[in-house]
Design a protein around this ligand. Structure first.
Ligand SMILES: [Zn+2]
Length: 414
């Protein structure tokens, strides 16, 4: 708004300055306000500047006028720690409840879509996440199909370039291929519009040979990486005996017996020891992770300088196996927990609110405060973006989201 300043009047300048500053404030309150740590009641007002930079949290009586009041919960922007944006075209392609191994066989055989369709669905999925208040994503990709969109996106992206490499013989060739994908992504990271970071990651214990694991460990010093973990009981079977239903998946790739060593141990006990290079490792899913493996993983990480994060994608587990992970065990051992949506191949939507709602339904004794921490501050910290995201602390710019009181829906309001 234009403002005439009387150059000779200090008072005139002062009033004008205040007037301008008032215009630049945004003030929000709701039934509850979650600040990244705890829930406040309806008497707490969030004040930001017009770009969403947090200025203060104050009592209503100190907030002045122009406070926007909402029904529901005001929260910092949501963090999606596990997605595969490039699989968005598989929405409604694979039916629910097929079981993981049939699901994987479908994913690897149904990737042959026209590039325009792939691009169009990636765009729709990104818009959905922007609108429902997701501000940062840990995004898996085997290709560079999402580069163009990410370079213009309002979301921050950590690109996990996912390596699939079944045999030691092909390990170096495969790693070279994925290093090229990584290079392509890194070349677009200098955009001033958004922030991106990229790292090479192993797909899963059932798709990475020992030599490939060793190469990835060398190439990811102090980086954030991820691995799908114990999403099906036969993953343990594969390492314990060399048998189980994963052999069906290998057949599609022309491999007739398990290419992995039989260790007599569970998959996580067999593969976590490949890592000792200061990484932060997101263990994704953990649907069939028994208590003794949680204890093992925590101890191994502590002794070897790793940071382990458990990433839950509950709707994807319900979609594929109709099973939820043993969250009580993860809480019992104080594991850092974050949330992800996984991809449209195994979810009805890409919404962290829907993940929170599903957790609340299956674990009604968990408090909303705890689940909200996983969806905001924990995710921001795990992705090492908590300097700006995850909580309403002065100077941060975490985004402002409105959630339904039962956590089942969300929309971005700033
Ligand atoms: Zn996944």
């Amino acid at each position: 708004m234009a403002c005439k300043v009387n150059k000779n009047s200090f008072l005139g300048f002062g009033i004008c300055f205040l007037e301008f500053y008032k215009m630049a404030y945004r003030k929000f309150k709701a039934d509850q306000l979650f600040d990244g740590y705890k829930l406040h009641g309806p008497d707490t007002v969030l004040i930001t500047d017009e770009n969403g930079k947090v200025l203060d949290l104050v009592k209503s009586s100190e907030a002045g006028d122009n406070v926007q009041a909402f029904e529901g919960i005001i929260s910092p922007g949501l963090i999606n720690c596990h997605c595969h944006l490039e699989l968005s075209h598989l929405k409604n392609v694979i039916p629910p409840h097929t079981g993981l191994i049939n699901f994987l066989c479908s994913v690897v055989t149904k990737r042959d879509f026209a590039p325009e369709i792939i691009h169009q669905e990636i765009m729709k999925a990104e818009k959905e996440m922007v609108d429902n208040g997701i501000v940062a994503v840990g995004d898996i990709g085997n290709t560079a199909d999402t580069i163009e969109l990410k370079s213009k996106s309002k979301i921050r992206w950590h690109n996990f370039v996912e390596v699939i490499s079944f045999t030691d013989e092909k390990a170096e060739e495969n790693i070279e291929h994925y290093k090229n994908v990584l290079k392509q992504l890194k070349n677009t990271q200098h955009s001033t519009i958004n922030i991106q970071r990229s790292s090479l990651v192993p797909h899963a214990p059932y798709s990475i040979s020992p030599k490939t694991f060793r190469l990835i460990n060398e190439l990811t010093n102090n980086q954030i990486i991820s691995i799908h973990n114990q999403e099906h009981p036969d993953e343990d079977e594969l390492y314990k005996t060399g048998g189980g239903d994963y052999l069906k998946l290998f057949k599609i790739f022309g491999i007739n017996k398990s290419p992995f060593p039989v260790t007599g141990k569970s998959s996580i006990r067999s593969v976590l020891p490949f890592f000792n290079n200061g990484q932060t490792i997101f263990l994704i899913h953990n649907t069939f992770m028994p208590e003794e493996d949680v204890v093992f993983a925590k101890e191994y990480a502590k002794e070897n300088g790793l940071t382990l994060i458990l990433c839950l994608c509950v709707n994807a587990n319900l979609y594929i196996e109709n099973k939820v992970p043993p969250i009580e065990i993860f809480i019992k051992y104080n594991c850092p927990i974050v949330l992800g949506t996984d991809s449209y191949s195994s979810n009805w939507q890409l919404s962290i609110a829907k993940e929170m709602g599903a957790i609340k339904n299956h674990f009604p004794s968990l408090s909303s405060e705890t689940i909200l921490q996983w969806a905001t501050r924990n995710g921001a910290k795990a992705l090492q973006w908590d300097d700006e995201l995850g909580s309403f602390e002065k100077g941060k710019r975490p985004g402002v989201v409105l959630l339904k009181n039962d956590l089942s829906e969300s929309k971005r309001i700033l």
